[in-house]
Design a protein around this ligand. Structure first.
Ligand code: IPD
Length: 261
């Protein structure tokens, strides 16, 4: 994990210079409201160079550049150079660099064995290694222990222009909102999951995410003692298509509410 920590810290420095200078940043679109800034592209490039130098031959799956296969077919970096790009372009200090390492087993199954989510503005570095717990900077983190849904705070993500599932999101919010203490939408899925791992949120769900949005966060939540599944309990949650993560006390109830919504 130290290789990843070193790479995200080095990548975060120039990003801080660009943050808040939105007018001077080149912003283009991947979809009607799906933005990519020069900072995203630059960060992905820097991460690729640093990680490749430290571990030559590993594959690299990046949000911006897609999959670049390595000579080592067992290991692949899964990278979101800026999760929360829209926040970044609006000078909202809630975004993160997210890098996970996926390892394939001989039977073809794959798991994330190490990962880091780093918000350079807040200097919040969330990290985890499989079987070794989850940490925020140098402190061990754990999911919350709340059992009573009426006291629980949740976070979610909402579709925007060009995405589908707006109607379902309204149903989800209606169903969860009337049974719980509140719902937030801060705009960076990897941080939503990291905040479940710290216990700030009791749970998080979102439909329509991608593997790089959830890879590290899933490891953080499970290493912090929480539970992560798909809403239907069948789909692989690593696809991000319908993820629900929460402390184990309430995960089942949240999943059921969403499935019924
Ligand atoms: C986005 C954020 C957001 C989520 C979107 C994602 P990006 O990631 O995680 O919270 O609602 O669906 O696309 O595009 O900024 O890396």
């Amino acid at each position: 994990v130290s290789v990843i920590i070193d790479a995200v810290r080095k990548t975060g420095r120039p990003m801080l210079r660009d943050f808040g200078e939105v007018a001077e940043l080149q912003v283009s679109r991947k979809g009607p409201a799906d933005f990519v800034t020069a900072a995203d592209t630059k960060a992905e490039q820097t991460l690729r160079e640093l990680l490749n130098k430290a571990r030559p031959g590993y594959g690299f799956l990046g949000e911006e550049g897609g999959l670049i296969e390595g000579t080592d077919k067992t290991h692949t970096w899964i990278v979101d150079p800026i999760d929360g790009t829209t926040n970044f372009t609006h000078a909202i200090p809630h975004f993160a660099i997210s890098v996970g390492l996926e390892r394939k087993a001989p039977d073809g199954s794959a798991e994330i064995v190490a990962g880091v989510t780093y918000n350079p503005v807040m200097n919040d570095l969330f990290w985890a290694e499989k079987g070794k717990g989850a940490y925020l900077n140098d402190k061990r983190i754990r999911v919350s222990g709340r059992k009573d849904l009426s006291t629980c705070l949740f976070s979610t993500g909402l579709p925007f222009l060009g995405k589908t599932g707006h109607g379902q999101s309204i149903k989800d919010i209606h169903a969860v909102g009337q049974r719980t203490a509140g719902i937030r939408r801060l705009g960076a899925a990897t941080l939503d999951l990291a905040w479940v791992a710290t216990g700030r949120y009791d749970g998080f769900w979102e439909r329509g995410l991608e593997p790089w949005d959830v890879a590290v966060g899933m490891l953080l939540v499970t290493e912090a003692g929480g539970t992560v599944t798909a809403v239907d309990n069948d789909t692989d949650p690593r696809s991000g298509k319908q993820i629900v993560a929460a402390n184990g006390e309430i995960h089942g109830q949240l999943r059921k509410i969403l499935q019924d919504a």
